[in-house]
Design a protein around this ligand. Structure first.
Ligand SMILES: [Mn+2]
Length: 413
């Protein structure tokens, strides 16, 4: 006999998606509802596998303005769980600190929203496994620069003690910290399992006791690439704890890097193989891929010039199983010959590059002004970031222009 729970976090339910895949209308509909689909699958997992509790360690919602539709959806899913006797434990993280919608819903008694004022403890003992104490504390607001750990009570003797905490842990340089603390401090607290949330990449920081960051259950864009999972935890009557990953995402974002050489059809065959392999290995039904292609000299300019055609051919071949959102081709372009080589020299001249970079910055600023203010950071949130982006775009532009000019030159021959 055992106590079993599902640990997840950072679902960002119904969050607006920022994927290039949205250009494909069929995939757009799926990707847009992917966070909801994965939530439904998490609920089904709880119902199908005799799970006692579902722990959501912050950022269930993406922001405070959660729509009533999202709330209605959640309320229905929570009712299914309570009818099956599954407890739901929720703490709020930095994204949903002020999302009060859950509190306004008429939720079953089995749904526990942990307070932001003080840590609370939920004792569960009316089940087949050992007595369990679940400790949780919600974020009172978005920014929590200090550790919250001291607010968590001491472990209860004779029980399995679980702590739910939303934290950036020691934090990464250049990123804001959210309720920071170290793994060692968590280990020393005396709990048996730390159910963390916040960092989108899964990591088991310690196994004795367990300190687990489950990662997001569903990626939302190419920067959340790779298989995503929830963690299923089983606590035996002997108090042994085992964990396993379950992959529930409907769609997986992937970056695929590969080298191609020879002809156009060679390149296509190589990419088809790479994509088939990714689909075989992957744990979701659909793959949205970004291809990074390192092409041999002769092929590079042609792929660059006709990348739209190449992308279309691959997308047609894979139907609905895979979708290539973007192709990036490395810049090792062949040194142009003939008149184009003179143009290449001029374009790569130091002063010409400086002028081009300035021009690119002007264009980025023009573009920024037509974007809503909250989206402008995508084009650089600091002067240095913007300059770097401008430089990258300018050198990509040079490579592309030369590829096209070389192609014209070749066609004349
Ligand atoms: Mn967070």
């Amino acid at each position: 006999m055992a106590f079993r729970f599902v640990h997840t976090a950072d679902i960002h339910l119904d969050s607006p998606l920022k994927s290039l895949a949205l250009r494909n209308p069929v995939l757009a509909a799926e990707v847009e509802t992917a966070t909801r689909s994965v939530f439904r699958r998490i609920v089904n997992l709880c119902l199908d596998e005799d799970i006692d509790a579902l722990l959501i360690s912050g950022d269930l919602y993406d922001g405070e303005q959660t729509s009533i539709k999202t709330a209605g959806f959640l309320s229905a899913e929570f009712r299914k769980l309570s009818e099956a006797g599954v407890f739901v434990c929720i703490i709020r993280g930095n994204h949903d600190a002020r999302a009060k919608i859950t509190e306004k819903l008429d939720l079953p008694d089995e749904v526990k929203n942990f307070s932001a004022r003080a840590a609370e403890t939920l004792i569960l003992e009316d089940h087949a496994g050992p007595k369990v104490a679940i400790n949780g504390l919600s974020f009172p607001n978005r920014h929590i620069p200090e550790s919250l750990l001291k607010k968590y009570p001491k472990p209860i003797e004779g029980a399995i003690n679980i702590g739910m905490l939303h934290t950036s842990l020691a934090g990464a340089e250049g990123h804001d910290v959210y309720a920071p603390c170290t793994v060692k401090e968590l280990v020393d607290h005396g709990y048996d399992y730390w159910a963390l949330g916040h960092i989108h990449k899964r990591q088991v920081y310690s196994e004795s006791p367990f300190v687990v960051m489950p990662g997001i259950p569903q990626g939302r864009h190419i920067n959340e690439a790779g298989p995503k999972s929830v963690t299923v935890v089983t606590i035996g009557n002997d108090k042994s704890i085992t964990t396993e990953e379950r992959f529930l995402a409907t769609t997986t974002f992937m970056r695929i890097s590969t080298s191609v050489a020879g002809t156009w059809s060679n390149a296509r065959a190589t990419l088809e193989d790479a994509l088939s392999k990714a689909l075989d290995e992957d744990c979701a039904e659909k793959v949205i891929a970004r291809l990074h292609i390192n092409a041999s000299d002769g092929l590079s300019w042609r792929l660059r010039r006709d990348s739209d055609l190449f992308l279309e051919e691959l997308n047609t071949a894979f139907g609905e199983a895979a979708w290539i959102e973007k192709i990036e081709i490395s810049q090792n372009v062949i040194a142009p010959v003939g008149p184009v080589s003179r143009i290449a020299e001029l374009m790569q001249d130091k002063n010409a590059k400086i002028a081009l970079n300035l021009e690119a910055i002007t264009m980025l600023n023009d573009l920024s002004r037509i974007l809503p203010p909250q989206a402008r950071d995508a084009l650089g949130s600091t002067e240095a970031e913007q300059a770097k982006l401008a430089e990258e775009l300018a050198s990509e532009g040079i490579a592309e222009a030369l590829a096209r000019l070389s192609a014209m030159d070749e066609e004349k021959v």
